[in-house]
Design a protein around this ligand. Structure first.
Ligand code: SF4
Length: 168
């Protein structure tokens, strides 16, 4: 899955198998796929394009796409945290896409952040380090990637409305 085509096929099949749909906006879809491919190449697994990864698979296993939080988020909000997978209702009315709360437990986020900082990186896949996290200043959407998204998938704010986000 190191190509956009392969990754698109992968998430498409997964959506079909689970009764979900992919984000209807083509540009946003391409951007999220691009993020997954980048993480696949960087870490060796497709970690979530909206969350920072530690680069240590053990700590990132819950956010390998599709993440452990996808099903419950689609059930509750009609979309996953990134908006890649959506319900039928949201697919038919994309205005229902919204910024949703992070369900990943803070203890796991902290442990992963510690692993990222740790000197013991024997398990870490070194492929250029973790990319920065960008925060949409309009709606709070987060994206972990080298450059800000060209447009926010949630509120459609442009890249210049993103700022680098530092975790506590
Ligand atoms: S939030 Fe969506 S895109 Fe991110 S890992 Fe979960 S399912 Fe994949």
């Amino acid at each position: 899955m190191t190509t956009e085509e392969g990754m698109t096929e992968y998430v498409k099949r997964d959506a079909e198998d689970n009764g979900y749909y992919l984000i209807p906006d083509r540009d946003m879809l391409e951007d999220l796929i691009d993020g997954l491919v980048t993480n696949q190449k960087r870490y060796g697994y497709p970690s979530c394009p909206c969350r920072p990864a530690s680069g240590v698979k053990t700590y990132d296993s819950d956010i390998i796409c599709p993440c452990e939080y996808r099903d419950i988020d689609v059930e509750e909000y009609g979309m996953c945290y990134c908006g890649l997978f959506v319900s039928k209702e949201v697919k038919e009315d994309p205005s229902k896409l919204t910024s949703i709360p992070e369900r990943r437990p803070s203890e796991i986020i902290d442990a992963a952040a510690d692993a990222d900082k740790s000197n013991d990186k024997t398990e870490k896949v070194e492929k250029g380090g973790s990319p920065p996290v960008w925060r949409c200043t309009v709606c709070g959407y987060l994206a972990s990637r080298d450059t800000p998204p060209p447009i926010c998938p949630i509120c459609k704010a442009k890249a210049e409305r993103f700022e680098k986000f530092e975790f506590g």
